[in-house]
Design a binder for this molecule. Structure first.
Ligand code: MGD
Ligand code: MGD
Ligand code: SF4
Ligand code: MO
Length: 679
């Protein structure tokens, strides 16, 4: 008999698609679109469709493994958990619990991830990480300015008359966004893409501007200056809702258009053209991407862009929107990843915290106690955090590494013990989205494969082995049966009348209290109660200027090192979510190895041919891969997409530096200079 389940994709992906899974016993018969989700009604992407293959992959880890003389051997759960428990007890007794690092990242979202943090807190606290690899500079820039992170519902984009995709490439990273964009275009809207690369998203654009990486701040300020000089700004809106406009206007006096044009590489007449579009076409939806803020100046750059939406009054109306992140469906704190952007607010006894952007370096620096052990779940830091060589070095200095994983990733290769991880079909959980406005249930549709145990069960068993009291166990660790999990989730849902396990089983539910048009009431949760172009907090918290300013990149422009003249970007790509999916045959058939994309001009200067194997290197590492020429790429820029494993040929993070963004403790992956050499 075929059974139908409503579920949702738990990947760290804007779309957070709903879909319907049909099961015949333990076998998936189909993965189909879920029309109830208005943002993703067309159904999942190729990665979503490959979940069946992923669940059944022959490479999946199905039982605990222990490294013995450099090789992984199968061991029993009893043996694995006994060794882990014994070590946890000993490290704590001998060095203190902070000699253990708990590292979790964004591999799987869900409310149950809270159980992991609870376990480590109850263990007595650990060292953990703060900051985030992804989006915090832009989040913090938006929060400083608007008071919170929310945007109009995705389908409202079709009401825009001007759409700017600024450093975002939704045709690969958020395919469902291309539909409202196309609808808007059919109704006459103009689409402008601003990206150093010519991306699939730009194929539909009316205008593509290709700035020098990391210089968008000055481009935006130049546009603001022209708009204000021509009187195209919305004075009424500014007077009512904006704090610090006159200071902002004044700060633009010293900006020279010709110099700005030289700095960002966009000819003056194109800057003027874009200023005239932004100044005259309303409503405008500005969609800044996350890639663009992964620079040492990312937060200030984001504030410069946001200034354009503000001075033209494009906030709080249908079609008019600053479309960065929509946290309206993050109704439970724990749905957010276990990160906290502000170390001062840390739960002190629980955490000794190190920045995730400098993971390897800071792991090795810890003293009193030194780190002895790391526990990794839902993350692949060797591939995804900057400076892979440092991360590997730090791991190899430890006594003991536990990795909870589905596959033998670069990080799992460093493990002493690997515990097999669940997949999205093997446990029920509840997820939000940072783009669509739904709270959703990811339903369990099958029993875990092999000897796989979800993290909740692993912690339940470990809590017993560590001698946690019965009361603590009852309160924090659901037993691994479906009823106990649902009871745990229901407890979290109780606050919201609209939400219940039973209702969520029927499909996605709009977030309680959702504002379809964000900021429509013009309430801004900032110190002045207005939109803050001038932010004292920006200075007090992050020591950046109170106004949006353009800052030159730390590596790319300030420390120009003639030895490394090429700027390396490592954006996301269609068929992978970071380091996930690339190991599946269906994805490999399309995307088999990492490539260095470069301009033929840079290649010619180095006597390099299309498709030739070359060395990309800098003082942090090297990668040996093939080239692929891109005539549309600006000479001086090279690209290696994010997500390839070192075992597949190389992650761009072998080359990136551990460096924080100017605000939010983000990670400046793209501020990264390299040289390319014939081998
Ligand atoms: N298919 C797929 N989808 C994904 C992901 C994935 O890995 N694969 N990851 C998800 C996650 S976690 C994230 S954070 C998002 C990220 O997705 P996006 O927000 O789209 O971010 P990126 O792909 O990192 O970069 C977007 C674009 O910014 C451009 N860019 C780089 N530097 C600059 C610059 O200085 N100025 C300008 N104007 N543009 C610049 C890049 O060329 C790229 O085309 O996607 C999510 N969706
Ligand atoms: N150079 C460069 N580096 C980047 C980026 C970039 O643009 N350029 N982007 C950055 C960004 S935006 C992000 S968000 C990060 C993402 O980096 P990470 O957060 O590390 O994410 P993933 O690579 O998606 O997934 C990590 C692992 O989680 C595992 N996993 C999946 N489900 C589960 C589960 O239920 N339990 C357990 N235990 N494991 C599970 C997967 O198999 C995978 O190996 O990468 C960052 N790194
Ligand atoms: S990876 Fe993104 S686009 Fe693909 S199914 Fe999951 S949420 Fe949807
Ligand atoms: Mo991300």
């Amino acid at each position: 008999m075929i059974k139908t389940f409503h579920t949702a994709c738990p990947r760290n992906c804007y779309s957070t698609c709903s879909f319907i899974v049909k099961m015949n016993g333990q076998s998936i018969t189909s993965i189909e679109p879920q029309p109830l989700n208005k943002s993703t009604s067309e159904g999942p992407c190729l990665k979503g469709l490959s979940y069946k293959e992923r669940a059944q992959s022959k490479d999946r880890i199905l039982h605990p493994l222990k490294k013995v003389k450099g090789k992984f051997e199968r061991i029993s759960w009893e043996e694995a958990l006994n060794e882990i428990a014994e070590r946890l007890i000993n490290y704590k007794a001998e060095y203190g619990s902070h000699s253990v690092l708990f590292y979790a990242a964004s591999g799987m979202s869900g409310l149950l991830n809270g159980v992991s943090s609870d376990f480590w807190r109850l263990y007595g606290g650990t060292t953990t990480v703060y900051g985030n690899l992804c989006w915090p500079a832009g989040l913090e820039a938006s929060r400083l300015t608007l008071g919170e992170n929310k945007h109009n519902v995705p389908w409202d984009t079709e009401n825009a008359k001007l759409i700017l995709l600024w450093g975002k490439n939704p045709a690969e990273s958020n395919i469902h966004q291309m539909l409202p964009i196309e609808k808007a275009q059919r109704k006459g809207a103009k689409l402008v893409v601003i990206d150093p690369r010519r991306t699939p998203s730009s194929e539909r654009a009316d205008l593509l501007l290709q700035p020098i990486p990391g210089t968008d701040g000055i481009l935006a300020l130049a546009i603001a200056k022209i708009i204000i000089e021509k009187g195209l700004h919305d004075l009424e809106f500014i007077e009512k809702y904006v704090f610090g406009f006159s200071e902002f206007e004044k700060s633009l006096e010293s900006l020279d258009l010709v110099q700005a044009s030289k700095e960002c590489g966009i000819p003056v007449h194109f800057i003027k053209k874009l200023a005239s579009l932004i100044g005259s076409i309303k409503p405008m939806t500005l969609v800044p991407g996350y890639g663009m803020q992964r620079y040492s100046n990312g937060g200030q750059t984001t504030r410069c862009l946001l200034a354009l939406s503000i001075i033209t009054g494009n906030i709080g109306k249908s079609g008019a929107c600053w479309h960065y992140a929509n946290l309206q469906s993050y109704v439970f704190d724990k749905v957010k990843e276990p990160v906290n952007y502000f170390p001062s607010q840390f739960d002190k006894p629980f955490r000794r915290a190190i920045p995730t952007a400098l993971l390897g370096e800071k792991m090795m620096e810890q003293k009193n106690p030194e780190l002895k052990m790391v526990w990794i779940e839902r993350g692949n830091p060797v591939t995804q955090n900057p400076d892979s060589n440092k991360t590997i070095e730090a791991f190899r200095k430890l006594d003991f590494v536990v990795v909870v994983e589905q596959f033998l990733t670069d990080t799992a290769q460093e493990a002493s013990i690997i515990l097999p991880a669940k997949n999205m079909f093997e446990q029920t959980d509840i997820i939000g989205s940072y783009w669509n406005p739904y709270v959703q249930m990811k339903q369990k549709v099958m029993e875990p494969a092999g000897e796989v145990k979800p993290e909740t069960e692993i912690y339940y068993l470990l809590a017993r082995k560590l001698g946690f009291s019965e009361e603590v166990i009852q309160n924090h660790f659901p037993e691994n049966n479906d009823e106990a999990i649902e009871k745990y989730l229901n407890k979290e849902l109780k606050v919201f009348e609209e939400l219940s396990i039973e209702k969520l089983k029927q499909g996605p539910i709009l977030a309680p209290g959702l504002e379809e048009i964000a900021f429509e009431n013009m309430n801004f949760n900032t110190p002045s109660g207005k939109i803050e172009l001038f932010s004292q907090q920006a200075f007090d918290k992050w020591e950046v200027p109170q106004l949006p300013t353009y800052e030159r990149l730390e590596e790319g422009q300030k420390n120009e090192n003639p030895q490394f003249p090429l700027s390396l970007m490592s954006p996301n790509t269609k068929n992978r979510i970071h380091s996930q999916f690339g190991n599946l045959e269906s994805i490999r058939a399309l995307d088999s190895e990492p490539l260095l994309i470069m301009s033929p001009k840079d290649a010619r200067a180095r006597e390099i041919k299309q498709g030739e194997r070359i060395k990309v290197w800098n003082e942090r590492g090297e990668v040996l891969i093939k080239t692929s020429f891109d005539h549309s790429l600006r000479p001086g820029n090279v690209v290696m997409v994010n997500g390839y494993w070192n075992s597949e040929g190389g992650s761009p993070n072998l080359l990136s530096k551990g460096r924080e963004t100017d605000m939010g403790h983000g990670t400046a992956f793209h501020d990264n200079m390299v040289e390319v050499e014939k081998i």
